[in-house]
Design a protein around this ligand. Structure first.
Ligand SMILES: C[S@@+](CC[C@H](N)C(=O)[O-])C[C@H]1O[C@@H](n2cnc3c(N)ncnc32)[C@H](O)[C@@H]1O
Length: 351
């Protein structure tokens, strides 16, 4: 067992002493987002070679450059509006935003001129790091603490590995795993439940909130998960490029994520007036985008080729990640470039 942050452990034990066993969602919220000690909110989270894990963004600028192609296509589809907004949530140190903006400036000056980039970032330490990374684009950027604070917008809401970082309850077969303390260690206890469909409420609230702010355009979410999962969240605990055995190891120093249940999110979005505009794995998504960018093959050196392989290869990130697109106020057929090689999304998601 790897010891965690004593301050956050004290806080969790005190809560359990007062109210009894707590839901895993509450536990995850404290461990990742407690204002002082949380893994993300404290700025402790490190991504990349010297950090705890890799993401598409940390592989290099190519991911942002490819997504810029997709954003530019969306801008065209929406009739080239002058105030085209990209909202990014979960922007970490701002690398993805920089890669998108650099690519837009280099390849599509009209699109770049129309572009406004809004980062939803509740944590001031991360806002500070993002603003350093993005100094060259200051006049394009705005920050917001929450989705609620955003004005209604036309454009895209984008996230990479935001949804897997949202708190979940651990429910399966009518039983919920709660977090308890036996006087020495944290441990799981089980209780029967009647609201098992509410295991990923934070993600469902999120899609409702974004739907309410999107006037026309798309939500594009990249993450790893499963279509049609049966209400059991699978969690992963990662630190220093290793998987830890238990969420009670390295509390406050390790990342905890849960596989995204794409079907329930898409279903909830459709109830809120969004239309399913595509669902596929990252391999097919990026291949579709690349097919719209014939110049790419000539542009790239050895480093970018390696990055491309990491993003596309089915045994690297290509199959483990998926992309969901939800549209509002747009004609969703024919599909966006990223989904031109996708199978029927409704069928894949079982809705
Ligand atoms: C796994 S990291 C991914 C970072 C980055 N997108 C990347 O791919 O490298 C998850 C990020 O989501 C952020 N996050 C979680 N909940 C959030 C919320 N409600 N609003 C904004 N950011 C959030 C965390 O602070 C963290 O920076």
């Amino acid at each position: 067992m790897w010891n965690g942050n004593p301050a956050i452990l004290r806080l969790i034990r005190a809560e359990i002493k007062t109210r009894g066993p707590v839901s895993f969602a509450w536990f995850m919220q404290q461990v990742l987002y407690h204002p002082e000690y949380g893994y993300y909110s404290s700025g402790r989270c490190a991504i990349g070679r010297r950090g705890d894990y890799f993401t598409n963004v940390s592989v290099g600028p190519l991911f942002g450059h490819l997504l810029a192609v997709q954003f530019a296509e969306i801008w065209h589809r929406l009739g080239k509006p002058y105030n085209f907004v990209i909202v990014e949530q979960g922007a970490h140190h701002g690398d993805f935003a920089r890669d998108v903006l650099e690519s837009a400036r280099k390849h599509w000056s009209d699109f770049f001129a129309a572009l406004r980039y809004k980062i939803v970032e509740p944590f001031s330490i991360l806002q500070g790091r993002q603003s350093q990374t993005l100094q060259a684009f200051r006049d394009k950027l705005e920050w917001y603490d929450s989705i609620d604070a955003l004005q209604p917008f036309t454009g895209v809401h984008f996230s990479n590995e935001l949804l897997d970082a949202m708190p979940v309850r651990l429910i399966a077969g009518g039983m919920e795993k709660l977090v308890d303390f036996d006087g020495k260690n944290l441990l799981f206890v089980e209780r029967s439940v009647h609201d098992s469909e509410k295991f990923n409420q934070a993600a469902l609230d999120w899609v409702e909130n974004v739907a309410a702010k999107l006037q026309s355009g798309y939500i594009l979410a990249v993450d790893y998960g499963k279509p049609q999962s049966k209400s059991q969240a699978t969690i992963q605990v990662r630190a220093q490029h290793r998987y830890l055995d238990s969420p009670f190891d390295g509390i406050g120093y390790a990342d905890i994520t849960a596989h995204v249940d794409w079907t329930s999110i898409a279903r909830c979005a459709e109830r809120r007036g969004l239309r399913l505009a595509g669902f596929t794995d990252q391999h097919h998504f990026l291949t579709g985008i690349i097919s719209e960018w014939p110049g790419l093959a000539q542009d790239i050196g050895a480093k970018t080729k390696r990055a491309l392989q990491t993003l596309l290869h089915p045994e690297m990130l290509g199959r483990s990640f998926q992309v969901l697109a939800l549209g509002k106020g747009v004609v969703v057929a024919p599909s966006l470039a990223g989904f031109k090689f996708a199978q029927n999304s409704h069928q894949t998601l079982g809705i």
